[in-house]
Write a new protein. Structure first.
Length: 208
């Protein structure tokens, strides 16, 4: 299970073949079955093969993380606010203003059931499992970002692919620097929740 050939085939099936197949029209029950089997397999690899331990390091540089994340957040907030104002001003902050409870519930569900699993798979699992297949960290991060965007192909939206690719780069750089699932999950949740807050939920296929 740790040979280069096995890992390469595994990467292709989990991160390319399956996401692309989800963009094709076939019964949702089959897609759910594939997803569950994939999750069970990844869990087995994480626990039994890679022996990953889930603990929060006491040596995290929280100050550096928050400063860099705040700077990136401000840039993202300015660009996305301008984008919504230009493309659909009626959507600007509409959910948080008109449906505050709905907004709170979405942010919680999104963080716990979407962000954390994505970061566990695309950062913790992916980096531990495949980083030694690449000699260049930049190439590895590029591949990770592209595959992260590919996972959102089923939305069939160019905007979603662009945003998730940019997010993939940001999250990959953060994880490569910190090796922290907690920090990268916080960053992911912050940016994703902001997109919903600013009014891009409908554009990105979020339930609004």
């Amino acid at each position: 299970m740790n040979s280069i050939i096995y890992k390469s085939l595994e990467l292709f099936i989990i991160f390319i073949l399956i996401p692309v197949s989800f963009a094709i029209n076939y019964p949702i029950s089959i897609k759910l079955g594939i997803g569950v089997l994939g999750l069970v397999y990844i869990t087995y690899i994480v626990l039994k093969v890679e022996h990953l331990k889930f603990s929060v390091s006491r040596h995290l540089n929280w100050r550096c993380f928050w400063v860099s994340t705040f700077i990136k957040f401000i840039v993202i907030a300015l660009i996305t606010t301008l984008y919504v104002w230009i493309t659909d001003v009626s959507a600007l902050f509409s959910v948080v203003i008109n449906k505050p409870i709905h907004w709170l519930v979405f942010v919680f569900i999104y963080t716990v059931f979407s962000v954390y699993p994505q970061e566990l798979i695309y950062r913790t699992f992916f980096f531990k499992r495949y980083q030694n297949l690449f000699k260049s960290d930049l190439l590895f991060i590029f591949i990770n970002a592209i595959l992260f965007a590919l996972a959102h192909l089923f939305f069939r939206s160019a905007l979603v692919l662009v945003l998730t690719c940019v997010g993939g780069f940001l999250f990959a750089f953060t994880y490569n620097k910190t090796k922290s699932l907690l920090l990268v999950s916080i960053e992911h949740a912050l940016y994703g929740s902001w997109l919903f807050t600013v009014g891009m939920g409908a554009m990105l296929g979020f339930p609004v």
